[in-house]
Design a protein around this ligand. Structure first.
Ligand code: SF4
Length: 418
């Protein structure tokens, strides 16, 4: 295989491919860039391993988070530079395209009444608000040996850019600011592992307040609770998304790279939870959409194993979330090579095709642009298949849901203001 199969002409014509290529190669910032002075977002080391980069908007409205801090990014052929007030990408010396800085809202520079910066409570990942809730994942503090996932940086991050204790009032204040100034429609909670399966108990008071006072879409990403009936209750209180990050489908690699998850739950229980929750879609409040995600990291196992994971996830009615492995500074895998774009194209092509073939509701939620992963619908340009009927159906679902959702939000805003 050639070392440079992805060409400048291809990424210029295909923003989906450009987004993928930037995840794999990162970029260098020319000294002409003044990201924060020009209204862009500071690079923040938040979340379990992907949010370490520069938030940009690519042509076609694709939001992304491009690696800039890791050593592989220092060797990237891509450079970001500023010319006459615009930001542009070059590949080698060749101009590729103009890009936009993801806008930094006013609340990013504001503090809570107690002096805590609002960005230590939550940050925008594209256009939604991501909150890493509660204390550090206990795999990081386990004695005598840490059991953290090898790619993860959560134990390095907390207390740096994320606050560890976040009260309901603090979180609600930041969500209101993000709703008001950034127009968010979705809040995503993420936790690590805590002994006693306490993560859903910790999150419930936040979820109830958001649903009651703002009506926003809410998702939770936690380890799989041992009592699967707890997800029936989440469905009832209006949660819209549950996500299970098993990361790796290859059993041996799962055990090696995710020792804590392997010892505590095992891959089979992650799969069982994914299957169980995907079947809950038919129940619950009919006005609340429900999706189940199985999350994997492409680049930590052979592409064919990632493809097998995608096929399994879609076969049970869940939607795959496929991240691109990023060897983050300070993690156990910091010296590993990032994946090659050419190897991942078939994985992301299959992501699009498998979700379309299974008739899954992708791209229907209003105003959700995700910077940390390639969404299935963003991979359309990697596939020669068109799926005209399925696309027409999704476009209609998006219109109908978007309309009723914004009416509901407006009504709640009026009621709460009265
Ligand atoms: S479960 Fe793994 S990926 Fe998640 S926070 Fe803990 S160590 Fe990190």
């Amino acid at each position: 295989m050639s070392t440079e199969l992805v060409t400048v002409q291809q990424v210029r014509a295909n923003p989906g491919l450009l987004k993928l290529d930037l995840y794999c190669k990162g970029l260098r910032m020319d000294e002409s860039c003044f990201i924060e002075q020009d209204g862009g977002r500071k690079v923040l080391r938040t979340r379990a391993g992907l949010g370490s980069g520069l938030e940009l908007i690519l042509p076609g409205g694709l939001w992304t988070n491009v690696p800039v801090s890791e050593s592989f990014a220092q060797r990237s052929p891509y450079t970001l530079y500023r010319e006459q007030g615009s930001y542009r990408l070059r590949h080698g010396g060749t101009p590729v395209t103009e890009v936009q800085l993801s806008p930094r809202p006013g609340w990013y520079d504001a503090n809570l009444a107690n002096g805590k910066p609002m960005t230590r409570i939550g940050t925008l990942q594209g256009t939604y608000l991501g909150i890493y809730q509660a204390k550090v994942c206990e795999y990081w503090t386990q004695k005598p040996t840490k059991m953290n996932c090898k790619f993860c940086s959560v134990g390095l991050n907390l207390g740096v850019d994320d606050a560890d204790e976040k009260s309901v009032e603090e979180v609600m204040t930041v969500i209101r600011a993000a709703r008001r100034e950034s127009g968010i429609t979705y809040v995503d909670f993420n936790t690590g592992h805590y002994d006693g399966d306490t993560y859903l108990d910790i999150l419930e008071p936040y979820i109830v307040r958001i649903k009651k006072e703002l009506g926003l879409l809410v998702g939770v990403q936690t380890p799989p609770h041992r009592d699967l009936k707890r997800y029936d209750h989440l469905r009832e209180i209006g949660v819209n998304r549950v996500s299970f990050c098993f990361e790796i489908f290859d059993r041996k690699l799962f055990e090696e790279i995710c020792p804590g998850k392997h010892a505590e739950y095992g891959l089979d229980f992650y799969l069982e939870a994914t299957r169980y929750c995907a079947a809950l879609g038919a129940r619950g409040p009919s006005h609340e959409p429900w999706v189940t995600n199985g999350e994997i990291i492409a680049g930590l196992e052979p592409p064919e194993s990632s493809i097998a994971a995608i096929d399994w996830i879609t076969s049970v009615g869940a939607i795959p979330t496929v991240c691109v492995f990023r060897p983050l500074v300070g993690t156990d895998l910091e010296d590993a090579d990032p994946p090659r774009t050419e190897d991942l194209v078939p994985v992301f092509r299959r992501l699009y095709e498998a979700t379309m073939e299974a008739g899954l509701p992708i791209g229907c939620a209003p105003n959700i642009h995700v910077s940390l992963v390639m969404l299935p619908e963003e991979c359309r340009s990697l596939s020669p298949r068109r799926y005209p009927w399925q696309r027409a159906k999704l476009a209609m679902m998006k219109r109908v849901f978007g309309h009723s959702f914004s009416r509901r939000l407006r009504r709640m805003e009026i009621e709460n203001a009265a």
